[in-house]
Ligand binder design. Structure first.
Ligand SMILES: CC(C)(COP(=O)(O)OP(=O)(O)OC[C@H]1O[C@@H](n2cnc3c(N)ncnc32)[C@H](O)[C@@H]1OP(=O)(O)O)[C@@H](O)C(=O)NCCC(=O)NCCS
Length: 152
């Protein structure tokens, strides 16, 4: 009798405060900042699970703009389209929250975001409310590329 090995189901869902420790571990493994993460921020975070946590993406800020941050896919799940799915999930959530533009800072993944329609912009051009956030003001190096995309 032959046995079929089923691929585990992929679930993308909103994070809760209970997910924070695991999210921190994935971000630290991905060499992304965690110093300013708090329970409150989890309302803007989504995660991907398939036999455990395999991806995360966060939104921070209010008003018409959001900072997209903390995007990581576990090494074992990379290169299979999950990054793009998480990015789409974050863009959908940002639209639902009434945002019109997403900004991000990246030192490692500029080509990935460029292929998803993000354009490089001067860091100073970001809205004042986002520039006050810790990622902008002290966690992300000044050499990071600042990119933005207007949501449809
Ligand atoms: C950047 C990062 C999130 C991308 O995640 P990912 O799941 O590998 O991303 P994807 O698979 O969606 O896309 C990556 C590439 O995989 C390939 N790919 C996409 N779908 C695929 C599929 N179904 N099958 C095989 N390959 C595929 C493509 O080459 C794609 O490149 P593209 O940008 O031209 O589409 C991941 O590399 C990561 O966690 N990096 C470390 C942390 C980091 O740098 N985060 C960003 C800073 S904010």
């Amino acid at each position: 009798m032959s046995r079929t090995r089923h691929k585990p189901t992929l679930l993308i869902r909103l994070a809760t405060a209970a997910d924070l420790p695991e999210i921190k571990t994935l971000l630290e493994t991905s060499l992304l900042p965690v110093a300013d993460l708090s329970d409150d921020l989890m309302a803007g975070f989504q995660l991907a699970e398939s036999d455990g946590l395999i991806g995360v993406v966060g939104l921070e800020g209010g008003g018409k703009a959001r900072l997209l941050r903390s995007m990581a896919v576990a090494e074992r799940a990379q290169g299979q389209g999950l990054g793009h799915r998480l990015l789409q999930a974050a863009e959908t959530l940002a639209s639902e929250q009434g945002a019109e533009t997403i900004y991000l800072l990246t030192t490692t993944a500029e080509p990935f975001f460029a292929r998803a329609g993000y354009l490089r912009v001067p860091r100073e051009s970001a809205p004042a409310g986002l520039k006050l956030l810790a990622e902008f003001s002290n966690l992300c190096p000044s050499t990071a590329a600042c990119m933005s995309k207007r949501l449809a």
